[in-house]
Design a protein around this ligand. Structure first.
Ligand code: FNR
Length: 376
């Protein structure tokens, strides 16, 4: 009603309520390399499309005449209560869409009380981003130099990041035609390397200081985290050196989720990286229910890839996610309006979730289970 009431006095909203419209406006503002880096996906885009189609195959079955005037989106994750079942997914190199990048995103997240998952590929250091005093999670791109890994974990801990998200699906970069055609990889321009380039242990590995030879530093970082996979037995290094919850991101098979539980992890993010890694991989939403059935009683199951609306969040919660991570939509908000734009997108999706919940006859996310949906 805030928007409609403003409209009565001639004040119209600065941003569209359609995510697709925000994307169109962002496309007009951004240079094509930056736009396609964010919008693009792997290969033919089959998995990116599959992510969306999977949402369309489920329909909500609304129920009437229930006491649902007051809803409550509060969500407990890893022993802490958040105001909504939503976090901002780790998205690297945010300064390619807005100069304030992750600083703007972290202020928006802090204002709303939702967790921001800061990417290792951030354009600002984790200490700078920590100045916004909201819930902070840190996403690790796991280096193949244990001392660098431990240094990143220590910096994250000291700066108040309490939950570690370890991304498994991007140990090497996939075939991304949009970026290949433009020869556009922000990391190779240094955008997105603020965390390693400011790391004392990484810096001690360099033959010459970063300031004197930034290109050599970049070329030394890339193979340190990209090109070789880790294996299950190596997770103990992280478990032994991180006291808080650890969440594995990029899980798509129930057996991998079971192994995560066996390895002492606290959660998984069912994700295919927004269709940016294995083109032809199954839709993330189709991977969700089997994972939730396998480990829902042992792990906190989170979800991302393809969420574009409050109704999508509702469906993911019904299929077993405790909360969702939002990816590209908040980047379109950031591109259009910095901190304010991110806040707009998150508030809009949460407002729609709240309305969908109530209009479908439910009061809280915990009321949802697969029986509230039907296959279209
Ligand atoms: C990502 N994602 C990502 N994930 C991660 O763990 N670390 C990262 O640095 C990045 N960087 C990144 C950049 C860009 C431009 C995009 C679009 C995505 C993946 C992200 O966390 C999430 O899994 C997807 O964005 C979810 O899909 P949707 O919501 O974008 O469809």
């Amino acid at each position: 009603y805030e928007i409609y009431l403003n409209g009565l006095t001639g004040r119209h909203p600065p941003y569209s309520a359609h995510v697709a419209e925000l994307e169109r406006a962002a496309r007009e503002r951004l240079d094509p390399g930056a736009y396609w880096y964010v919008a693009g996906s792997a290969g033919t885009g089959a998995t990116d499309r599959a992510n969306r189609e999977a949402f369309d195959r489920w329909r909500i079955v609304p129920r009437m005449l229930r006491d649902v005037s007051v809803r409550d989106l509060d969500t407990e994750l890893f022993g802490r209560t958040y105001p909504a079942p939503l976090a901002l997914a780790p998205v690297g190199v945010q300064s390619i869409v807005h100069p304030q990048g992750e600083l703007a995103t972290s202020r928006a997240a802090a204002a709303l009380g939702v967790p921001m998952v800061l990417s290792t590929a951030s354009s600002h250091t984790l200490e700078e981003v920590a100045e916004a005093d909201g819930p902070r999670w840190y996403q690790l791109y796991w280096p193949h130099d244990d001392e660098v890994t431990l240094s990143l974990l220590e910096r994250a801990r000291k700066s108040g990041y309490d939950t570690l998200v370890v991304t498994l699906d991007t140990w090497t970069l996939a075939w991304r035609p949009n970026d290949l055609d433009r020869a556009y990889l922000p990391f190779l321009r240094g955008t997105g390397l603020a965390i390693p380039l400011s790391d004392p242990v990484f810096r001690s590995r360099l033959a010459r200081p970063v300031e004197e030879d930034p290109d050599a530093a970049i070329m030394q970082w890339v193979p340190m985290f990209n090109g070789r996979a880790h294996t299950w037995d190596q997770l103990s290094l992280l478990r032994d050196n991180w006291e808080g919850p650890i969440v594995l991101k990029g899980v798509q098979h129930a057996d991998d989720a079971r192994r995560a539980a066996d390895a002492g992890m606290d959660g998984v993010v069912v994700s295919n990286h927004g269709g940016r890694q294995v083109d032809g991989a199954l839709a993330s939403l189709d991977a969700l229910a089997p994972v939730a059935e396998a480990v829902g009683d042992r792990l906190t199951v989170l979800f991302d890839s393809g969420v574009r609306s409050g109704a999508d969040v509702f469906k993911a919660l019904a299929l077993g996610a405790r909360a969702v991570l939002l990816g590209r939509p908040y980047m379109w908000g950031l591109a259009n309006g910095g901190e304010d734009g991110v806040r707009h997108v998150v508030r809009s999706i949460l407002a729609e979730l709240d309305l969908t919940l109530g209009l479908a006859g439910f009061r809280t996310p915990a009321d949802l289970d697969p029986s509230v949906l039907e296959r279209a």
